[in-house]
Design a protein around this ligand. Structure first.
Ligand SMILES: Cc1ncc(COP(=O)(O)O)c(C=O)c1O
Length: 397
């Protein structure tokens, strides 16, 4: 049966953590792994999560299956969090939220739903998160890359991106990052989002918004601008949401798929299809993470504590960005690195070739993705000068 299966190489990013851990040097820096980390390199359990978990464990009386749409209370709570109180699409019954195993689960179910609906192709700005292509391709969707990120300036090729967007038709899908673009950190501005939505209004394509870093750019309301505007103005869209980063629930695998339809009846049909896709895949999502999120968001004390904790994580990442840009600026890295301060979220791209990425690893024990993507969480007061000195050396050679 399996004799003809070739051996695949290990996942490049997951393999990076292993290489970092095996590196015996006393001074080394991990800029690879895509998780939030404190200044001393920990990814702690949030206090709000610990308290919600304690409450849940003491109250829990059964492990019986949860409904396929997820833990009780999760869907309403996450919809209020993402779309805000009293969003017109929710009031009109045009939104259904389904709990999924992480943002990846939402992407996979969403992609299969798009495939069933007859989506012709998915267009995405280049570069995009490394797992988008495999997740969408597994559902039988081809991903076509169009210009987005300008590596020379650290900004966007917005005009080129818009010309591609203007060519999309009603059976096309535009994959957008809801905020904190992975891997570049370069987000669309509100004015640019407005232009993309106006193009969708004219041409009838459906956005697929992938939102994995809610609260990590500015704040929970400002960050939700794209999702809220799309749900308000467009008849159809899908939004995939991850609670991995902002709730720190990575291994619990909790996320959501938002279905936005033109009418209540359309959403009912989309809902039935998405639930049948989930049933044929993993049946129902793991309950624990969804229950934690519901418990936090339904309790005003826990929600207030969680919002403070998200704001603290976001502030720390912004501070790390400033620190890196200031130190690199003092060493005259130029405008390309200065752009990093204007970007959002955990990630940015360094202007390094693959050979230079390898040189950083070999000479300095600095680990990052082969593309030059760095996680700013790994930069701090203790290591920033060492990092910048290494970069200066490698960029010179
Ligand atoms: C852009 C993007 N989308 C989706 C995800 C999926 O996250 P999850 O771990 O919740 O499946 C990630 C996680 O890194 C991400 O960066």
């Amino acid at each position: 049966m399996f004799a003809d299966l070739p051996l695949l190489p290990p996942d490049a990013l997951l393999g990076l953590t292993k290489l970092f851990n095996e590196d015996k040097r006393a001074v080394k820096i991990d800029l690879g792994v895509g998780v939030f980390r404190t200044l001393d390199g920990r990814t702690p359990i949030l206090e709000s999560v610990k308290r919600a978990e304690a409450k849940l464990l003491s109250a829990q009386t059964t492990k019986v299956y949860t409904p396929p749409e997820g833990a009780p209370g999760f869907a309403d709570a996450i919809a209020r969090l993402l779309l805000g109180e009293g969003h017109p699409a929710v009031a009109d019954g045009r939104v259904f939220a389904l709990q999924t195993p992480g943002g990846c689960g939402a992407l996979r179910v969403g992609a299969e739903l798009l495939k069933r609906a007859g989506a012709a192709r998915v267009v995405a700005g280049a570069p995009t998160w490394a797992n988008h292509q495999p997740l969408l391709a597994a559902a039988g969707l081809a991903v076509e890359m169009v210009p987005y990120y300008d590596a020379k300036t650290g900004g966007l090729f917005f005009d080129d991106f818009m010309s591609a967007v203007e060519k999309l038709g009603p059976k096309d899908v535009l994959l957008l990052h809801g905020g904190c673009h992975n891997p570049t950190g370069a987000d669309l501005s509100p004015a640019q989002i407005d232009r993309v939505i106006a193009a969708a209004e004219r041409h009838g394509f459906a956005p697929l918004v992938d939102f994995a870093y809610h609260g990590f750019a500015a704040d929970l309301d400002a960050d939700a601008f794209m999702a809220r505007e799309i749900a308000r103005r467009l008849p159809e869209a899908l939004i995939t949401y991850s609670c991995s980063k902002n709730f720190g629930l990575y291994r619990e695998r909790v996320g959501a798929l938002f279905l936005i339809g033109e009418t209540r009846e359309r959403v009912a049909a989309m809902r039935s299809q998405a639930l049948s896709l989930a049933r044929g895949n993993y049946s129902m999502p793991p309950a624990h993470g969804g229950s934690i999120v519901a418990e936090i968001l339904q309790s005003s004390d826990l929600a207030a504590l969680w919002k403070r904790e998200v704001a603290e994580m976001a502030a720390q990442i912004r501070e790390n960005r400033r620190l890196f840009v200031r130190t690199a600026g003092e060493m005259q890295f130029g405008e390309r690195v200065a752009a990093i301060e204007r970007q959002n979220g955990m990630f940015s791209m360094l202007p390094l070739s693959e050979a230079q990425v390898m040189a950083m690893r070999e000479r300095y024990g600095v680990y990052m993705a082969n593309t030059g993507r760095i996680n700013l969480c790994g930069v701090n007061r203790m290591n920033v000068e060492y990092l910048c000195n290494g970069l200066k050396d490698v960029l010179r050679s």
